[in-house]
Write a protein that binds this ligand. Structure first.
Ligand code: FMN
Ligand code: COI
Length: 374
């Protein structure tokens, strides 16, 4: 019998099949920008492999008729802890870009994080996201007035938190992009900066040069304090990988910590986020909410992150693959798939609410080799 394989027009059944579709469909420069990690992409592989090294430890014989994936993020209700991470320049994946992904998040009652480097403006995304939960991802520019202006716009447009990305003083070295001379295609704009002095530069000089020119190398915890002084929005710090920095983030008053290695696109050979998570959760000790992104492709990955103390997980590339496949519908399908896989993992593990998913439900594979030593 012929093997069953998903062809280009088969409906994807999982995130990997969405990715396979995107790989055949997207122009090479766009695909390379989306898929790449930094340098040798060691961490890119690790983000996936580390999930595989964790084994689930399901309980049985409890009532699993009602599985509830609902939770809250900084006090705001969501139907699922599977959310959308900020990713730049989404109109390269589909003409509707960020409008489609933010509308998909609203339809699935989850959180959408808009990138500063978006191809749709803060205000237009707010309109398409409507009553949905939206957060705004911020890069601090050398030009602090420009930065302040972005914060004010996000506040006015109903974003409920600022996600401050702290792992990007410069752009990581993604070698395919260097080879391709990757830049934002000319028909698209950096929608938050049109008309101003920075308009269109990224089409001309490419991302790496753009970040070199505009991002500030001198960003410290004092700038987080400055940010707090100019906004009443809660601040989530994105890109923390050590317990030491997690504690500093709490000390300066951040309400959320997103454990992230930027999808392995910045410093290569840092640990997988799922391996960095437990020490951070322990150090934070409930002073802030802790979230995770990086390599989440299945509901079982989400379950493992929740078990180890994450309050929610954020998908980066998977929603880009959904977007490339079929716009808003594709993004919704990705969110639904991973959420439904999470609900299955909960049912199989006899955990009916998010709060019940604790550390007893996972064990590192090393345990099974020498249980007595662990
Ligand atoms: C194409 C692409 C663009 C990204 N752009 C941003 C960005 O503008 N700001 C940011 O904080 N993170 C950005 N990220 C990182 C994501 O927010 C997230 O940390 C990462 O993609 C999660 O890993 P995953 O792709 O394995 O799910 C980007 C990631 C990708 C793949
Ligand atoms: C302009 C960039 C910093 C966008 C980004 O975060 C990325 O490409 O990973």
């Amino acid at each position: 019998m012929a093997p069953v394989v998903a062809g280009a027009d088969a409906t994807p059944l999982n995130v990997d099949e969405f990715e396979a579709y995107a790989r055949t469909y997207l122009p090479k420069k766009t695909l390379d920008y989306y898929v790449s990690g930094a340098d040798d992409m060691v961490t890119l592989k690790e983000n996936r492999a580390a999930f595989t090294r964790l084994k689930l430890m399901p309980r049985v014989l409890r009532d699993v008729r009602h599985i509830d994936t609902a939770t809250t993020l900084l006090g705001q209700p969501v139907a699922t802890p599977v959310c959308i991470a900020p990713s730049a320049m989404q109109r390269m994946a589909h003409p509707d870009g960020e409008l489609a992904s933010s509308a998909a998040a609203a339809a699935q009652k989850t959180c959408f994080v808009l990138s500063t480097i978006s191809t749709t403006s803060i205000e237009d995304v707010a309109a398409s996201n409507g009553a949905g939960l939206r957060w705004y991802q911020l890069y601090i520019f050398k030009d602090r007035e420009l930065t302040r202006d972005l914060v004010v716009r996000a506040e006015k447009a109903g974003y409920k938190a600022l996600v401050l990305t702290v792992d990007t003083p410069i752009l990581g070295s993604r070698e395919a992009d260097l080879r391709n001379g990757f830049a934002l295609p000319r028909h698209l704009t950096m929608a938050n900066f049109t008309g101003g002095k920075h308009a269109h530069r990224v089409n001309e000089v490419g991302l790496s040069q753009y970040t070199k020119e505009l991002f500030d190398l001198n960003i410290t915890w004092d700038d987080v304090a400055w940010l707090k002084s100019i906004t009443s929005l809660p601040i989530v710090v994105k890109g923390v990988l050590t317990p030491e920095d997690a504690v500093l983030a709490c000390d300066v008053g951040c309400q959320g910590i997103l454990v992230s290695n930027h999808g392995a696109r910045q410093l290569d050979t840092v640990p997988a986020t799922i391996e960095a998570l437990p020490a951070i959760v322990q150090a934070v000790a409930g002073r802030a909410e802790v979230y995770l992104d990086g390599g989440v492709r299945r509901g079982t990955d989400a379950f493992k992150a929740l078990a180890l103390g994450a309050r929610a997980v954020f998908l980066g590339r998977p929603t880009l693959w959904g977007l490339a496949h079929s716009g808003q519908q594709g993004v919704e399908d990705v969110l639904k798939m991973v959420t439904s896989e999470l609900a299955h993992a909960m049912m199989f593990s006899a955990t009916t609410s998010i709060a019940e998913i604790g550390p007893n439900y996972v064990r590192h594979e090393a345990y099974f080799r020498s249980p007595s030593k662990l």
